[in-house]
Design a protein around this ligand. Sequence first.
Ligand code: PLP
Length: 388
Amino acid sequence: MTSQPGRHFLQIPGPTNVPDQVLRAISAPTIDHRGPDFASLTTELLTSLKPVFGTSGPVVVFPGSGTGAWEAALVNTLSTGDRVLHVETGHFATLWQRMAAGLGLYVDFVPGDWRHGVSPEAVAERLTADSARTIKAVCVVHNETSTGVTSRVSEIRQAMDATGHPALLLVDTISSLGSIDYRHDEWGVDVTVAGSQKGLMLPPGLGFNAVSEKALAASRTARLRKSYWDWQPIIEANRRGFFPYTPATNLLYGLAEALRMLEAEGLPAVFARHDRHAAATRTAVRGWGLEVLCVDDREHSSSLTAVLMPDDQDADKVREIILERFDMSLGAGLGKLAGRVFRIGHLGHFNDLTLAGTLAGVQMGLQLAGVRIDPNGLTAALDVLRSE
Ligand code: PLP
């Protein structure tokens, strides 16, 4: 590993840059997780997490990655042989349905082109056709991190309601929570899955499930095997301010600090900041003469932009040059998009000049890689940042 002066630019769509004050909070001495100080930390945290999810119900916090939180959502609400509906929005939707199949669920996987979000109409169609009500859950990735496409969760819920079908709605917000407007209760979501390492500005290591009344009721009869991920003992211990096993104490210190930062900025301002940076990024990409992967204007992600390369260009080569020359990491194309796209993360602890530096690095990297671009792309993006 080469060492370069100045800060590394970590502009992948998560893990994101961790603010200094969060790092400082994490470095405090570890305390007894069965002592009274810990109980007040848990109680404060579990309360201040709720507005970020837009819920008044329980939020379960696991030491684990987002993948673990996916598993928790499935094993707590479903039984072997249940049918679940997933939609192929990209790499992460594909992985989640694979996990569901591996756990013994029957998966209906609605095919997609990795350039669109979930079609509410397609979900409604599948549910309407399911007259025997065998589909027990619809699983949606809110912000598909592999493509930069955000699905319209409230419209999906409305489409589900219009069919009168009782399926649960499970939503992955791993790369949207704390960055893109999201409302667990108002949108009628049953389980919201999240992780610490993106909009929450923490290192990797925490997974979350926000849980509706209906999902809690389902968890009482769900028969998939579970132990570590079981919500019941955690919710029970949380009532007294504790966890049934050793929690990630220092990450919880960081979480408390990150939540204070989000609260101080105000969630509407946080979302507007992400929207604005995403719009400026798209202006740069289009100004360069390149294509944004997302094709529906209603579905552009505000936390990342996936840039489609011309057919004769290798996106990984551009990323490699940018890493070597400018010490900036960009997201790779995942799954079938490998080599075809690179992804610019513009989420979390991020401001106008972070974006200006990021886009400058991308523009120079594209030029060094010999990609034919219009260098006015960067100026056009700076105009957006200056004018709003
Ligand atoms: N879902 C989405 C949308 C993601 O972006 C990721 C990771 O980037 C995951 C799931 C998996 O999370 P983890 O890598 O923390 O297990």
